[in-house]
Design a protein around this ligand. Structure first.
Ligand code: KG4
Ligand code: ZN
Length: 356
């Protein structure tokens, strides 16, 4: 990068779960988003098998980097920095990405930027809708996380307002899909099945968290108002399905899918809108794999409009894990002139939000 106003060219590497993602971004413009997924290798286990994911990352890494650079039409020598997800995520999977990023950075003589996966899920929206406002609330819903965050400048630490006290929203989708025999990953399959169902067919519970989560949540989460719980809902669905099967009655899969999805979407969107209102913040960003859910997008749109809020949801492809989100945060950090990471940064499966 040289000269004022030149936007940084950043390569981003993401390996926190089962997607080997490599993105190339110039400033807030997406140049390439290459992805290799091991999801099919996990399907028969009904969940991501960490060791299988790590091995798949190892095999996919170099070809995916090559593909991203080719797609972007740039050479490694031209990039200004290499960003990588340092955590949170699966330890072995993260280690492959972090080791690869260090190797590329060292070999090409480029600065390394370790970034937080959750912040990157928010940062990706700058590729879809331009720069984020000075303050926003982010609802981050994925297979591993369900959090409400107060976000200022993305180069600063993000504050967690609340989170799930048990299952993540995506995890609940995956588990309910298994109960319904739909396959893995469950989110997109439930989304599809629900289109033919009645969301009001079965009144599944909307989990309320009466106590503060034991740790992590910041002050200002009165009575768990910004927290989530999905394990009771998941159990309620399983019990409902079991009762039908015991009675020898067919299970109306579309109705169960639609009613379950409605319970999740209702809680997520209501608490996110409440957080914006309580904090006096006018923009809600929804990110993470579950943000690809068509019903969540529709209900959040309606509720944000009614509350006078601006809703920003990245395109579904940018919601699920990808390398572009890491590059998007990386380029912002270069723009802000942050100090690069040391070459001995660890992959941290529990990386807190206070660390980028
Ligand atoms: O962000 P992501 O790709 O990986 C994690 O960081 O976990 O999210 C994956 C999760 C899975 O649980 C998957 O079932 C869910 O996102 N998901 C969806 C949809 N697409 C993916 N959940 C609901 N509706 C969808 N359309
Ligand atoms: Zn994710």
């Amino acid at each position: 990068m040289s000269g004022p106003g030149v936007q940084p060219l950043v390569l981003g590497i993401e390996t926190s779960c089962d997607e080997t993602g490599v993105g190339v971004v110039r400033g807030a413009s997406l140049l390439a988003d290459a992805l290799a997924s091991s999801v099919e290798e996990h399907a028969r286990f009904g969940g991501v098998v960490p060791e299988v994911a790590s091995r798949a990352h190892l095999e996919a890494m170099a070809p995916t980097v090559d593909r991203a650079l080719e797609q972007a039409g740039v050479r490694l020598a031209e990039v200004d920095a290499i960003a990588v997800t340092a955590g949170p995520g699966l330890a072995g999977a993260l280690s492959v990405g972090v080791a690869a990023a260090k190797a590329y950075a060292l070999a090409a003589g480029k600065p390394l930027l370790g970034v937080n996966h959750l912040t990157a899920h928010v940062a990706v929206d700058r590729l879809a809708h331009g720069e984020l406002p000075a303050q926003c609330v982010a609802l981050l819903v994925s297979g591993g996380h369900s959090s409400l965050l107060a976000v200022g400048d993305l180069a600063d630490p993000v504050t967690e307002l609340g989170a799930t006290v048990d299952d993540a929203a995506g995890e609940a989708f995956d588990k309910v899909a298994r109960v319904l025999g739909l396959g893995f990953p469950g989110g997109p399959l439930i989304d599809r099945a629900a289109r033919d169902g009645d969301p009001e067919a079965i009144a599944f519970p909307r989990g309320v968290v009466r106590q503060r989560p034991p740790s992590g949540a910041a002050a200002g989460n009165p009575d768990g108002a910004y927290s989530f719980t999905f394990s009771g809902l998941k159990t309620a669905v399983a019990r409902w399905v079991e009762a039908r099967e015991r009675a020898g009655e067919p299970v109306p899969v579309p109705d169960v899918a639609a009613s379950f999805q409605e319970a999740v979407v209702d809680v997520l969107s209501a608490r996110a809108v409440a957080a914006c209102r309580d904090l006096g913040i006018g923009t809600l960003v929804i990110g993470g794999g579950v943000a690809a859910n068509s019903r969540l997008r529709a209900v959040a749109e309606t509720r944000c409009e009614a509350a006078g809020l601006t809703l920003r949801t990245p395109t579904p492809k940018l919601c699920t894990d990808n390398g572009a989100m890491v590059a998007a945060l990386g380029s912002l950090l270069v723009e802000r002139g942050v100090t690069p990471s040391r070459l001995d940064i660890p992959a941290d499966p529990m990386l807190p939000l206070s660390l980028r």
